[in-house]
Design a protein around this ligand. Structure first.
Ligand code: IMP
Length: 198
């Protein structure tokens, strides 16, 4: 099966390939098929934004498209940055600037109140297909960056004492919001294909 991943985020594309390729799904980037497409994320939920992105790529290509909309929800900040995770420190801010802003806002929050979760909403749209699912990973926000790998808020999101950045790609995928969401997506896709075969 071939899927167009509706994202311009190279890191997300790597994760999609790493998680889905071993399951027999060939992933292609939006850039290969519609390089000028830039979808405005006007939704107020992860699911709504994932749908906007998948719909736009499906309409532009006529090929099965899958999108992820994801973000970090911090309890002490009433769920922020949430759907605004990418733009938390302004449209063109770097990952380092977003992290700096978040750590600054949380500098007085004690350890036990630093709970947070990453959420990934997946939407896949194709001919006669609309499939939506969600994955969540619970963790905490550290006081400092740890580790070298990953992207976005990875260096400050800790699960069982290690940041996402301190994990190998495969270790992150095994527990991450995106890993969980994409495995659910794969299972549901298989279920539907088996049903169609009967
Ligand atoms: P969007 O889904 O394109 O709106 O962007 C989500 C934003 O959330 C990214 O730009 C990152 O800042 C953050 N994010 C989503 N998933 C991850 C992850 O796996 N690690 C670190 N940051 C992430």
């Amino acid at each position: 099966m071939k899927l167009i991943v509706a994202t311009n985020n190279a890191h997300k594309l790597v994760e999609f390939g790493r998680i889905l390729a071993p399951l027999g799904i060939e992933v292609h980037s939006q850039k290969e098929y519609c390089p000028d497409l830039d979808v405005e994320e006007t939704g107020t939920t992860f699911a709504a934004n994932a749908r906007l992105k998948a719909e736009a790529v499906y309409k532009a290509t006529g090929l099965m498209a899958v999108a992820d909309d994801s973000g970090l929800c911090v309890d002490a900040l009433d769920g922020a940055p949430g759907v605004y995770s990418a733009r938390y420190a302004g449209e063109n801010a770097t990952d380092a600037q977003k992290i700096e802003k978040l750590l600054d806002e949380m500098k007085d929050i004690p350890e036990e109140k630093r709970t947070a979760r990453f959420v990934s909403a997946i939407c896949c749209i194709g001919p006669d297909l609309l499939l939506e699912c969600e994955g969540v990973c619970e963790g905490t926000i550290g006081y400092e960056c740890r580790g070298e790998g990953g992207f976005g808020y990875d260096p400050i999101f800790y699960v069982d004492g290690r940041s996402y950045s301190e994990m190998s790609g495969e270790e992150k995928d095994a527990i991450s919001h995106r890993g969980r969401a994409l495995r659910l997506f794969y299972e549901e896709m298989n279920r539907r294909m088996n049903r169609a075969d009967q």
